[in-house]
Ligand binder design. Structure first.
Ligand code: GDP
Ligand code: GDP
Length: 436
């Protein structure tokens, strides 16, 4: 099930990033730092009432337009295309401005659920001033104060309540959902065409069409697959589509809907920051991943080139050391026949379930070999471990005191689990629960 996307839209200075930080703040703090990932601050995972969603602060997407109003309108348009729910934010202090009205018009026509948030309602007197905002036509305005943290809960109740009904299941359990993610021109559509063996998938899109997630199902050697959001690979030509943050946002939904993410890198150009952002998101979303280096035909090679490139990738994608690397060419089809078997393999690893006794044997051995460190005279004790879910594999360790766990020791445990059960191609997640 794909996570809903919530976009915050509004003029500069109404308080979007303040609210964004309020909504995601705590979560960002608990996500551990992983080497090599630079965090994308306009974009984060959040949770309210047990519902997971992603939030984007569209104000953080710089769109080079002369006029500010044009820029806000482009951000609103983007939100309309990509988000499931839009928080339209205005400022009680300035009242309704002409650009608020313009944005309201755009949002109104879109028929997307819009929740109107009136920010900077810092005290009760100001609550009386929110009535003018009814005229924007989005029903009850929600008075909030970003700086005082007021009203955010009620706002989020409404947001979560407006999520679309999730289809129970998009595809049957035995279908492997694959997305190809990467910058424009790395060869994603060529790859899809090469695998399907005909040039029929990617057609250029008419301007002005809204989000249309077209998936491409196919079958190979008795296994069913679907390429997720092949429409997303089309070039469409809106201003904001060339911005990095937009592509990350676009990629993110495809990633959410996938089992296996193929991170496509252009061998000719090497690795750039954006490749890492996208890979970081796949890792965080708990998806199986393959690093696919395309255009290998175009690289001048010596007998060391492959090794050198591999080393570089491992350095740059340290947080994803589990992902296999495949050097291919969509053009000459070199090694492309290895791709789908590799997809099958990592999809299996992603869904691997370890018997509890085997897991506990590995953990006891790991602890015996390397005792947990002592912190303030207390030593972490791991009493029991169990795998709670798959896709990705999630483990819970029951311990005497979760605060005693060190990041490096958790990494060690993860490495021991991997050494024993492999899990190649998939992230694994380890959680702690207190239980003596
Ligand atoms: P953005 O441009 O929409 O992302 O707005 P920011 O979040 O950067 O906020 C703009 C300014 O408004 C900053 O100086 C904030 O401190 C201030 N601000 C944000 N929320 C509130 C609020 O609830 N009350 C008041 N009085 N100021 C706020
Ligand atoms: P996308 O934007 O990621 O979908 O990339 P495309 O599939 O549209 O490819 C972009 C360009 O790279 C096109 O001109 C392709 O012909 C070229 N291209 C794609 N794959 C390869 C490859 O393996 N080798 C070479 N030399 N060129 C490729």
């Amino acid at each position: 099930m794909a996570k809903p996307i919530v976009a915050i839209v509004g003029r500069p200075n109404v308080g979007k990033s303040t609210i964004f930080n309020r909504i995601v703040g705590e979560r960002v703090a608990i996500v551990e730092d992983k080497p090599g990932i630079t965090r994308d601050r306009i974009f984060a995972n959040a949770e309210w009432l047990d519902k997971q969603f992603s939030v984007i602060d569209t104000g953080g997407i710089e769109i080079s337009e002369d006029e500010i109003t044009q820029s806000i309108k482009a951000q609103a348009e983007l939100a309309i295309e990509e988000a499931d729910v839009i928080i339209f934010m205005v400022d009680v202090k300035s009242g309704i401005t002409p650009s608020d009205s313009e944005v309201a018009n755009l949002l109104f026509r879109s028929k997307k659920p819009v929740v109107l948030a009136v920010n900077k309602v810092d005290n009760l007197e100001r609550e009386n001033e929110i009535y003018e905002f009814y005229s924007l036509g989005f029903g009850d305005p929600f008075p909030i104060s970003g700086s005082h943290g007021l009203g955010i809960g009620d706002l989020l109740d409404k947001v979560v309540d407006s999520f679309p009904d999730q289809d129970e299941k998009e595809y049957e359990e035995d279908v492997i959902k694959v997305s190809l993610i990467g910058r424009p021109n790395v060869g994603k559509s060529s790859m899809v065409n090469a695998i399907l063996g005909e040039k029929r998938v990617i057609v250029s899109n008419q301007a002005g069409t809204t989000r249309d997630a077209i998936d491409t199902p196919f079958e190979k050697d008795g296994q069913k697959y679907v390429f997720i959001d092949t429409a997303g690979m089309r070039k469409r030509g809106k201003v904001y589509e060339t911005t990095e943050k937009y592509s990350v946002m676009r990629a993110m939904r495809a990633i959410e809907r996938s089992d296996v993410v193929l991170i496509v890198i252009n061998a000719e150009e090497g690795i750039i920051e954006q490749d890492k952002h996208i890979a970081g998101y796949a890792d965080e979303a708990g998806k199986a991943a393959i690093l696919l280096v395309n255009k290998w035909d175009a690289v001048e090679k010596s007998d060391k080139t492959l090794q050198e490139f591999t080393t570089k990738i491992r350095e740059q994608f340290q947080f994803m050391s589990y992902a296999p690397i495949l050097f291919v060419s969509a053009k000459t089809q070199q090694r492309l026949h290895k791709l789908m078997p590799m997809v099958d393999f990592v999809a299996d690893q992603h869904a691997l379930r370890i018997p509890t006794h085997a897991l506990n044997d590995v953990i006891s051995d790991a602890v015996a070999m390397n005792q947990p460190p002592i912190d303030k005279g207390k030593r972490l004790r791991i009493n029991y471990a169990t795998q709670v879910s798959i896709k990705p594999p999630k483990f819970v360790l029951f311990v005497n005191d979760p605060a005693l766990m060190h990041f490096s020791y958790k990494r060690y445990i993860e490495n021991r689990i991997r050494a024993s059960f492999n899990f190649e191609g998939t992230p694994i997640q380890i959680f702690l629960r207190r239980k003596s």
